[in-house]
Design a protein around this ligand. Structure first.
Ligand SMILES: *Cc1c(COP(=O)(O)O)cnc(C)c1O
Length: 369
């Protein structure tokens, strides 16, 4: 890769291939793979990621919201797409673009059936989401009779899958809780299948579920963060490669004298002569203000340069007093050697939040084989 001359998010498809192969080596042959490409492919580029996953043989995609699925359809991606968070206002887009809704409540079931009937659909694929402990979205076990009775009165929809979501699959201290979720899911799906008379796909494992709970793989696994290179565990991270590298460039270097300040609200006051480098990346690009005042850093010529003072909308200033560098040199925010895991931990956050925050202003460049 040539050195960055502006702020860039590099998307390394070799890393994606590696991660896909590693994660699928953990599942039994025949288990389907759903690639989660919500939130612009975890902050990268959902179309680029999805097209590569199609090449790799992925079976399904999931997005959070219908418009994210529309983006994939506009890019001629024909793989089935599960919309995880269905809202009635999006039914039209869902059906027009052959997206498949997650149905998570009596209300969404009745409303979607009414919509599908009005649109003269038969056997439109729907996915029933059960809450087994996360208490976020989902039917509860007591809804099974209602669901079966409601479905028996219509030909408009057909249950393509039944699923749940683990709340703490990365945290082995919560093993008992997670095993309880898996068992609860197993029981609910058995009851449902007995009454439905056919067997939809069952799935409940996210990336950490794939890694830590083979008993949760069922017919399909859903992987997001692992595809992008993070396994929520230092041992797993050794096998995974970060897909995204966020880099930028030094626009200007200043020498700041003792007692002079840097940035808005005089967020940094020099106690001694300080060399500061200004970079064209700020909170509007995805560097939260909480990284200011030395909490966050970038890597320049292999060394950590802490952020001086407050993060501005379009810029940060970093301390390069002890780093040999000049205007035009590259600065890495996160990537394979300066990881999003490490940087996000500095503000008690997680890789998910940092990588999905890279804003749409930042140019993407794709690194292929
Ligand atoms: C985001 C999401 C996933 C992906 O989880 P990862 O931890 O990124 O693998 C899977 N299932 C559901 C329901 C999700 O919302």
């Amino acid at each position: 890769m040539p050195k960055a001359r502006e702020t860039l998010l590099e998307i390394d498809l070799n890393a994606l291939d590696n991660n896909y192969k590693y994660l699928t080596s953990k599942i039994k042959p025949g288990t389907k793979v759903l690639g989660v490409v919500k939130a612009f492919g975890y902050g990268s580029d959902s179309v680029v990621i999805a097209k590569e996953l199609v090449e790799l043989g992925v079976d399904y995609f999931a997005v959070a919201y219908a418009n994210e699925g529309e983006t994939l359809r506009n890019a001629k991606i024909e793989t089935p797409i599960l919309v995880l968070h269905t809202l009635p206002v999006n039914f039209e887009v869902i059906v027009n673009r052959c997206l498949e809704p997650s149905i998570y409540s009596q209300k969404t079931l009745l409303e979607f059936i009414a919509f599908a009937e009005e649109k003269k659909q038969t056997n439109y694929p729907i996915h029933l989401k059960f809450n087994t402990g996360l208490n976020r979205l989902g039917f509860v076990a007591g809804d099974v009779s209602f669901i079966v009775e409601t479905l028996s009165k219509t030909q408009s929809v057909k249950v393509k899958s039944v699923f749940s979501h683990l709340g703490a699959s990365e945290d082995l201290k919560e093993k008992e809780f997670t095993l309880g979720q898996i068992e609860g899911f197993r029981k609910i799906s058995e009851q449902l299948i007995a009454k439905l008379g056919y067997k939809p796909l069952l799935h409940c494992a996210n990336t950490s579920g794939i890694i830590n709970y083979p008993e949760a793989h069922f017919d399909m696994v859903r992987t997001g963060i692992g595809l992008y290179g993070f396994g929520n565990d230092p041992e797993e991270n050794k096998h995974l490669k970060p897909v995204g590298t966020l880099k930028t460039v030094i626009s200007q270097i200043h020498t700041v004298q003792k007692s002079e300040s840097v940035g808005y609200n005089r967020g940094f006051i020099a106690e001694e002569t300080t060399r500061s480098a200004t970079l064209p990346i700020g909170h509007a690009d995805g560097i939260p203000r909480s990284y200011g005042k030395g909490k966050g850093w970038v890597t320049i010529n292999g060394k950590k340069a802490p952020i001086l003072g407050n993060v501005c909308m379009d810029m940060i200033m970093v301390d390069v007093t002890n780093i040999e560098c000049e205007e035009g040199d590259e600065a890495i925010v996160f990537g394979p050697s300066a990881t999003a895991d490490e940087l996000s931990a500095a503000i008690n956050s997680i890789s998910y939040e940092l990588i999905t925050a890279v804003s749409q202003r930042v140019k993407r460049s794709v690194l292929r084989k």
